[in-house]
Every structure is written in structure tokens, then in C-alpha cells.
Ligand binder design. Structure first.
Ligand SMILES: [Zn+2]
Length: 247
């Protein structure tokens, strides 16, 4: 499976937990030998401006986060593009699902998922998309930026029971009419992370469900990293998910 990554994501660009030292290494150390590396390239400003206001883009620039945030958005575009042909994962940060057009919070700056899907839509590569956000936190920025556009269906499963969480995912994934399924893959719902719910094997199952749903739709699938903060288990949960998604 191809994984989009860049050494620059290792730099600790802020003090928040998504930017913590060693977080990228915790994942790469586990998955690195089992995937094919694709080097991330930054998104162009026109791609970012398709989702965000100039005010917000300038704000991110003032914070000194623009370069790494544009690189993350570019990685998401690459993963989505590859995803049309084969399952793909973007190991990127900062995360993006709390980024709206004119503001962001929760360790996010640019909405990587929205920028990626908007790029594919503008280039005529997709007509309908589906976003599954399995992060512990509701992807408000993705809903704000894509929810009203009419071509994307979004689903944020939520439960304190892993069985129920998996059932929700299975029940809500599309079976037809979608060109691509994008997963906002946060791993903070894990038993040994902030959420305390999902087992490692659950991530494999979710990956499989997404892969199967994409097959039924005769469409593609990809995933991008959002949250996940326990470095001891983060890489293993990510690998478990990729095993399911990659087949
Ligand atoms: Zn989260």
C-alpha cells in the first residue's frame, strides 16, 4: 500500500499533542517497512483557497504554520488521487477536520480532507464522495466546509461501545453511487488512547468495511491521519487499519 509522507512532518511545529515530538516516528517505525513511501508535495495556494478564506490563510501564515499545513493538505490531495486507483493513506500533520473556511481549532489549520475532495471534484475526477470520520472528536470543520455542497455525505460514528461503533460504520457506509470514500482516520477512539473504546482489531475491521464499500460502489478509497495521541499504540492501531484498508 502506498503511504504519502514527508520528513518535514516530523518537526514539532507547535506545542499541541498532534505536533508532539516522536508522534510521526511512532507510526512510521511500525508501518514504514510494510508500505511504499510516496513523498508529499505541498498543496498550491489555489487549492487551499478553494476551501479557506484569504483571511484564514494569512492567519495560518502569521502563526508560522503555513508550510507544514500546506504540505499536509498536499499529502491529502495525493492520497485522494492515488485512492481513485488503489487504497492509499496519508501520514500527515497537522490534522485538519476542525478547520472551517475562516477559522480552525483543535490542533488543525487547513482542512486536508476538504481540500483533497474539492480538488478531485474541480478536476472532474469525482461527482459524489463519502467521508467517514472515525476520530474521537466530531469533524466540525469538514461538515462546515463540505456539508452544504451537495456532493458529499459525511458520517461521524459515536459510541461508548465498540460493537455499536462498528455497527454504525457498517450500516452507514455507502453501497452505491459514490466515486470515492475518504476516511478521516483519527486513532484517539482507541482503548489505550483518549477515547478508551476501540480495540486494535476494530481498526482492521473498519478498514475492511471501507474497502468493501468502495468495491461495491466501484469507487476508490483513501484515508488521512487526524488525531491519535498515545505513541505506544498509535502505530499499531494505524497498521491494523491499513491491513484492513489495503486488503
Ligand atoms: Zn480527535
Amino acid at each position: 500500500m502506498k503511504v504519502v509522507f514527508h520528513e518535514d512532518f516530523k518537526s514539532s511545529y507547535t506545542m499541541d499533542p498532534a505536533a508532539a515530538d516522536g508522534r510521526m516516528e511512532a507510526i512510521w517505525d511500525v508501518i514504514g517497512k510494510r508500505v511504499t513511501f510516496v513523498k508529499a508535495v505541498p498543496a498550491g495556494e489555489e487549492d487551499i483557497a478553494a476551501v479557506h478564506t484569504k483571511y484564514h490563510i494569512d492567519d495560518v501564515r502569521r502563526m508560522g504554520i503555513y508550510d507544514v499545513a500546506a504540505l499536509a493538505a498536499g499529502g491529502a490531495i495525493q492520497a485522494a488521487t492515488i485512492g481513485l486507483e488503489e487504497p492509499c493513506f496519508a501520514l500527515i500533520r497537522p490534522p485538519g477536520h476542525h478547520a472551517s473556511a475562516n477559522s480552525s481549532w483543535g490542533f488543525c489549520y487547513f482542512n486536508n480532507m476538504s481540500i483533497a475532495l474539492e480538488k478531485l471534484r474541480r478536476k472532474g475526477k469525482i461527482k459524489k464522495a463519502y467521508v467517514l470520520d472515525i476520530d474521537l472528536h466530531f469533524g466540525d470543520g469538514t461538515v462546515n466546509t463540505l456539508g452544504g455542497l451537495g456532493y458529499v455525505t459525511l458520517f461521524n460514528p459515536s459510541s461508548s461501545s465498540r460493537g455499536d461503533f462498528l455497527k454504525q460504520v457498517q450500516k452507514n457506509l455507502p453501497t452505491e453511487g459514490v466515486d470515492i470514500i475518504g476516511v478521516s482516520a483519527g486513532f484517539d477512539y482507541a482503548k489505550e488512547d483518549w477515547g478508551g473504546v476501540l480495540e486494535r482489531s476494530d481498526y482492521t475491521e473498519i478498514g475492511q468495511m471501507v474497502r468493501e464499500a468502495a468495491k461495491k460502489c466501484i469507487g476508490g478509497c483513501f484515508a488521512i491521519l487526524e488525531g491519535g495521541y498515545n505513541h505506544k499504540v498509535l502505530g499499531h492501531n494505524c497498521m491494523a487499519f491499513l491491513e484492513g484498508l489495503g486488503g
